[in-house]
Design a protein around this ligand. Structure first.
Ligand SMILES: [Fe+2]
Length: 273
């Protein structure tokens, strides 16, 4: 993880900018209690930096995590409840639980409501150098730096997504590629990378650009996807045990690097509306 200059200080934590975006909040004392921090301040920092990583704070018990997140806002309740355990499974039905990569997407596309925040805590980090970093792409930054011509094309684009409900989501939806962040008002991209490759047998996601001839589908999607992975738009988080990470789900897309070697990783995630 790259850390640059300190941009802000508080009595409970220091704030350092991450590269190319994001902020690391380090507790000034070991085993600090995240529940003592101002939620309003953490929200502001998340919207400003797109994501924040908190380090040096004590982990929360499962129930405690859910109760704490309710102080941030209403929680999205799935068939498993509010806390999803992200662990690599032996016989996965959905790519989320494999050791392969997770393509870029935003959460809640197939749900009734899109969460404002993704709230993670890391119970067990993969060994250093074994892969499994979470990836975040700043779509606001992409739109701010793209040519006016490209932006105009994207603004007129709608995309259709289809996936079978194997895990906790599924269905068919059509979404505008460019959207507006409901809190900051900034323009964002809403996009999920296709998963219709022949090598992917688990829970494919079919993606079709509306009103675009078949031969233009792949060039259009490839150009868009190339932007997502540009180093200036993309932050890879190497987890450390005890990390909390809060991400702005309206501004960012997220995914995961594959694991290079067998490694344990256990995250817990909550969706805050
Ligand atoms: Fe996700």
């Amino acid at each position: 993880m790259m850390v640059s200059t300190s941009v802000e200080q508080s009595t409970q934590f220091s704030v350092k900018s991450l590269t190319p975006f994001g902020a690391l909040l380090e507790a000034t004392e070991d085993h600090s209690d995240i529940q003592q921090l101002s939620i309003e301040q953490l929200c502001q920092l998340t919207w400003e930096h797109r994501l924040i990583v908190l380090r040096g704070f004590s982990l929360l018990e499962r129930e405690e995590l859910s109760t704490y997140c309710q102080r941030w806002g209403e929680l999205l309740v799935w068939n498993f409840g509010t806390v999803l355990d992200l662990i690599v499974h032996q016989n996965p039905e959905n790519y989320l639980f494999t050791n392969g990569n997770v393509p870029f997407h935003w959460d809640g596309a197939f749900a009734e409501a899109v969460p404002r925040f993704l709230f993670f805590q890391c119970l067990k980090a993969p060994e250093a150098g074994s892969g499994g970093e979470s990836l975040f792409c700043d779509t606001v930054r992409i739109l701010q730096n793209v040519s006016p011509e490209q932006r105009e094309i994207w603004q007129k684009t709608e995309i259709n997504y289809k996936t079978e409900k194997v895990a906790h989501y599924g269905g068919e939806i059509t979404k505008s590629l460019v959207s507006k962040h409901p809190i900051t008002g900034l323009s964002t991209l809403r996009f999920a990378e296709p998963l219709n490759d022949a090598s992917v047998h688990l829970n494919p996601l079919y993606v079709e650009v509306c009103n675009l001839p078949a031969e233009e589908q792949n060039p259009f999607l490839n150009e868009l996807i190339e932007n997502l992975y540009q180093p200036q738009n993309c932050f890879a988080h190497e987890w450390q045990e005890g990390d909390f990470l809060i991400a702005d789900n309206h501004a960012l897309l997220h995914g995961r690097n594959p694991f290079i070697s067998n490694s344990q990783r256990h995250l817990q995630r909550v969706h805050i509306l």
